[in-house]
Design a protein around this ligand. Structure first.
Ligand code: UDX
Length: 479
């Protein structure tokens, strides 16, 4: 790659270093942000851990043109978490190991001559809101930081109300408490969240001192450490909460839906389309898994709006019992379904020989693959409903596609998202805390064929219009 010769003109140019948490749900939006920044002429260095670095390398001519490059910091993920630990301990261990093995490498990136020699020195850091060391270290070396949250504003605001929940004795949940009791003390969210809708780490806390509370306090404190907060969202979606949050936090910017913006500005390199989207083949896809494109042929043979697309993101897992209930519920609904089922999604999978037999009997009505190009699937004319865990990226992607949702949240922000989908945005149904074949069948029928189906479809279509309209004026490439 030729050196950037215009060093004098670039000496005052902006150079953003993006620090990304190594998880698909964070890589997807932050890589889109990096592409948009580089495309608008900002030098951008995307930093992730080695374990996923090779998947994100892009062809050098694309780099030259877009001023986008990749760097890695040591990868603590290979250390492997102790299976016996609960999620909160694993998460805290991960943060600690990232801090210990990545901080020095990250500090060097911020200050190193190598980067400064070819490009202007780093002028700003955009740090993932759960990478606490990234925000602290940038502060130590005097580089301003913007905090990026990969989850929704509504779930962030729910987490921010932790103190009030503890003071009111709402958490930890008393024995035999009414999970459907509405929670008070959330400005802008009165009458929306029940106990069961509080975000995962709050629901899981067993005492005001336990690890989940530590994680939440860490996430909340990072929000005020940056010069501004960036959400992958759009104002029409959070027009009630964002003004309230703005009176408590640094300036808040919504830059989403990011996946739509990168499409909107057609930020894709013609070579990307030609290349096999295989990780490691110089693709710029943010997918960390190989996408099965054969399912498109199956979809092409299905009638319009006849297919339920099923996917629970990259983190959620379910028991064999839950899987069996979802399977029978989908089969009994009589509708076609495409299930993107990660190989690690069902616990106790080894006893799952039933799937082959089940699949044999229903192969003309169902298609099971491990990983799909989700945005393309959601945009396909045959898809009439998305059965999802309501992770924030999936929620934004299905909103833009105008397809109604059925939400079965697994943890964290998903639990708030699913409540907003059903009660505030009214673009789907919330199956939270319920997993039986009758409920699955009933909800699929309601979204696909019931009298409510038309209302849900038009509500989802209206939301898609709002997202597209707002995207149109969002990104000014004149800078
Ligand atoms: C994680 C957290 O779990 C989630 O709660 C948080 O909001 C973001 O970080 P994840 O669980 O992976 O995310 O869900 P989600 O946010 O929906 O991101 C999944 C991404 O994987 C989406 O961009 C989706 O398009 C993509 N995907 C999923 C595929 O490309 N193919 C698939 O088959 C399934």
């Amino acid at each position: 790659m030729e050196k950037n010769t215009s060093s004098s003109s670039s000496s005052s140019a902006a150079h953003v270093l993006i620090m990304c948490f190594p998880g698909q749900g964070h890589v997807t939006p932050m890589l889109s942000l990096a592409k948009l920044l580089s495309f608008s002429g900002v030098f951008t260095t995307f930093v992730n851990t080695e374990s996923i670095h090779h998947r994100l390398s892009i062809s050098s001519d694309l780099t030259d043109r877009r001023r986008l490059r990749f760097r890695a910091v040591p990868d603590p993920l290979t250390g492997g978490a102790n299976e016996e630990l609960d999620f909160s301990s694993k998460f805290i261990n991960l943060q600690e190991s990232m801090r210990s093995c990545s901080t020095e490498a990250y500090k060097k990136l911020l200050l190193t001559e190598e980067l400064a020699g070819e490009w202007p020195p780093v002028t700003c850091v955009i740090a993932d809101g759960i990478l606490d060391y990234a925000i602290e270290v940038a502060g130590e070396v005097g580089i301003p930081t913007l905090v990026f949250r990969a989850s929704s504003p509504c779930s962030t605001w729910a987490y921010a109300s932790l103190r009030s929940f503890i003071d009111q004795g709402i958490i930890p949940f008393p024995e035999k408490c009414d999970m459907d009791e509405l929670v008070k003390g959330m400005e802008g969210m009165e009458g929306i969240l029940r106990r069961r809708d509080l975000p995962g780490f709050i629901r899981m806390a067993k005492s005001p001192e336990d690890n989940y509370i530590k994680i939440i306090n860490g996430m909340n404190s990072q929000l005020i450490n940056g010069k501004a907060i960036i959400f992958n969202s759009f104002n029409a979606l959070d027009h009630t909460i964002l003004p309230i949050m703005s009176s408590y936090y640094p300036p808040i910017f919504t830059v989403g839906p990011l996946h739509l913006l990168t499409k909107f500005y057609n930020i894709s390199n013609e070579k990307e389309q030609e290349q096999e989207q295989e990780p490691g083949k110089n693709s710029c896809s943010s997918s960390l898994r190989q996408e099965d494109r054969a399912c498109k042929t199956w979809l092409d043979n299905q009638p319009d709006k006849s297919v339920v697309y099923v996917s629970f993101g990259t983190v959620a897992v379910m028991s064999l019992e839950q899987f069996t209930e979802f399977w029978h519920g989908l089969i009994n609904s009589g509708h076609r379904f495409l299930w993107a089922m990660r190989e690690d999604m069902v616990k106790g999978k080894e006893e799952m020989e039933v799937t082959k037999e089940m699949e044999e009997g229903t192969k003309e009505r169902c298609c099971i693959v491990e990983w799909v190009a989700q945005e393309e699937v959601l945009a396909h004319r045959a898809v009439g409903c998305f059965l999802t865990h309501s992770g924030w990226n999936s929620t934004l992607e299905v909103m833009v596609s105008g397809v109604p949702m059925i939400c079965f949240p697994y943890f964290s922000d998903q639990i708030v998202n699913s409540r907003f989908v059903s009660e505030v945005w009214r673009i789907g149904l919330d199956m939270k805390d319920t997993c039986d074949r009758n409920t699955v069948e009933r909800m699929v029928r309601e979204v696909m064929e019931g009298e409510n189906a038309l209302e849900l479809r038009s509500s989802a279509a209206r939301m898609a219009d709002l997202a597209r309209k707002e995207c149109g004026g969002k990104w000014d490439f004149s800078c």
